[in-house]
Design a protein around this ligand. Structure first.
Ligand code: AR6
Length: 171
């Protein structure tokens, strides 16, 4: 059985088998989640990322966790919100799905997600939330023994309450 957990805090501090980074196409660091993860992980993470050759939106690549409490980092590139007609929803779905596929392939049992694309990339929070939860829940339904725990790490009380409320409504 997979447990879903919702917490408020800094994802770079989360001790899970893998945390997901809301990266950009260069995979060479940035602000927000990306900045926090690289700061905490130390320069070894950037060095490893430099060998990856970037990443397209909707896809994901894995590295070690370096000095992070997490063992691994999956770097995924969310869509930049451009009004909603540029396949933003499809690309955000792909970010969650591809991250889960990689974690499952590696046998990683716990995974923590931030609210991908809802910061600098301006994806509306109320639209991103059901995508995050529905995509992970449907993956778990088809892969019931893949994960022990899926953690959503939110950055505000409002996000935390909204995620919990939506999950209990549909869960
Ligand atoms: N832990 C958890 N959530 C956080 C943290 C944190 N440490 N910091 C911010 N958030 P963002 P994006 C929340 O901007 O929109 C970077 O420069 C934040 O409130 O980190 O996918 C990359 O290099 C928001 O709800 O990611 C890219 O260029 C959510 O996490 C670009 O930003 C995502 O915000 C990616 O933008």
């Amino acid at each position: 059985m997979t447990v879903f957990e919702f917490i408020k805090g800094d994802i770079s501090e989360v001790k899970a088998d893998v945390i997901v980074n809301a990266a950009n196409k260069t995979l060479l660091g940035g602000g927000g989640v990306d900045g926090a993860i690289h700061r905490r992980a130390g320069p070894g993470l950037l060095a490893e990322c430099m060998s990856l050759g970037g990443c397209a939106a909707g896809l994901a690549k894995i590295t070690g966790g370096h000095r992070l409490p997490a063992k691994f980092v999956i770097h995924t590139v969310g869509p930049v919100w451009n009004g909603g007609n540029k396949d933003e929803a499809g690309l955000l779905t792909a970010c969650y799905r591809n991250s889960l596929v990689i974690a499952k392939e590696r046998g990683l049992r716990s995974i923590a997600f931030p609210a991908i694309s809802t910061g600098v990339y301006r994806f509306p929070r109320e639209l991103a939330m059901p995508i995050a939860i529905n995509t992970t829940m449907s993956f778990v339904k088809s892969n019931p023994s893949a994960f022990d725990k899926i953690i959503f790490v939110l950055f505000s009380d409002e996000d935390l309450e909204n995620y919990k409320a939506y999950f209990s409504k549909i869960g």
